[in-house]
Design a binder for this molecule. Sequence first.
Ligand SMILES: *Cc1c(COP(=O)(O)O)cnc(C)c1O
Length: 393
Amino acid sequence: MSARETIQPDLLSHEEVQYSDEVPDVVEPDADPAQRWEIRPSGYPRSAEERFEALQELKFGTVFTDHLAHSVWTPGEGWHDRRIEAYGPITLDPASSVLHYGQEIFEGLKAYRYADGSIRCFRPEENARRFARSARRLALPELSVDDFMGSLIGLVRTDVDWVPDGEGTSLYLRPFMFASERYLGVRPGQFVDYMVIASPVGPYFTHGFKPVAIWVAQDYHRAGPGGTGAAKCGGNYAASLLPQQVAYSHGCEQVCFLDAATSSVIEELGGMNMFVVESDGSVSTPALTGTILEGVTRASIIQLLLDAGRPVKEREITLAELQDGIRSGAVAEVFACGTAAVITPIGRLVGEGFDLTVADGAPGGTTIGLHRQLTDIQYGRAEDPHGWMQRLA
Ligand SMILES: *Cc1c(COP(=O)(O)O)cnc(C)c1O
C-alpha cells in the first residue's frame, strides 16, 4: 500500500480535515511537509512475520523499523538530499568532528496508533522548535519546523506498519544531527547529517506504576551557567553516566542534579524534569534558569494543572527545603517527567548522609491523576482541549 496516496496529514488543523472541494488551503499539496522527502524504499524490508515477531517483546530502544529519514547540510547548499531510505549502518570518516568534539543534538518523541488507524504525535512542533534552539547552542545549522515535521511524517508513513497497537505501546522517534566533516580543527562542522530513526516501544512500567529512588549528586553536575544544560545534546548525557553509576551503587535508579554554582538548588534528573506536590495541593517545579532542559512534558503538566485551577509555582527549590518538607510532611509527592516514562513517581530521596521516604513511599493522587490525564490525551482516550495531538499518518 502506498501510504502516501491514502493518508493525508492534518498538520494545519487540529480538527479532522474534510477532503472536499470546498476546503481551501489545508489540502493543497504544498501543505504536505513530507513532499520534499523522497521515498527510496528499502531493498530488504522485513516480512510481515518478521515484523510480528519483532513487535512481540518490546524493550526500549532495541528494535528499529525498516527505514530512516536522512538529509545533509553544507554551507553552500544548506539542507538538501532529503530522503527516506533503508535503515542500516552508516559510514563515517574516522576524522568526523562529532567523534572528537561531540557536536551532536537529538530529540525524542512518540507516535501513537489510534483505533481509527491514524498515527498521532504529541506536540511535535515543540520538539521541532527545541531542536532548532539546541542546534543554535551547539553551532549546528538549524532545521526548519517544516523539515522536522516532513521527516517524521515521511518516515512514519513509510513504516506505518511498525507502529504497535498494544496497550501502552508507541513508536519512539529519535531525530538527531551531528557534524560529519572530516576535519580535526576545532570549529563548527561544515558537513552535517540529520537523521530520524524509529523504534517501537512497549509500556515503560512493565510491573505497574513503581516509585523510584533518586540519588542527589553532590559532587557532579550536569550543567553550569552558560553551558549546554538547556540544549538536548549527547554530551550532557555522557556527563551524567558516571553520577548515574554512583546512584546505582547506592541502590538508586536515577540521579537528581543540583545547580553547579551553589550545589544547593534542585535542578532536574539526567533526562527528566521534577515536580514537588505540597500537602496543601500546590505544585512547584524548578524555574527554567538556562541550566535546565525545557521539557515538553513539563510544560504540558503545568498547563493541565492550571486548567484544573491548581496553582503551579516555577521557582527555586532548595535541597534543604525539599528535605525539610519531606521530613515534616509538607511535601506530599515528588515526581519526575519526560517523554519516555511520561511520569515517574519518586518514592525516596537519597544522598550523602540522608535517606528520606516521600510520604508513605507510594505514588500520590496528583502523580497518578496527571499520568492518567496525559496518557489519556496521548492515546486518544480523552478530549484534547489544547490540540496537542497532531496527525502524522
Ligand atoms: C529530554 C529531557 C527532558 C524531558 O523532556 P521532554 O520533552 O518532556 O521529553 C528533561 N531533561 C533532560 C535533561 C532531557 O534531556
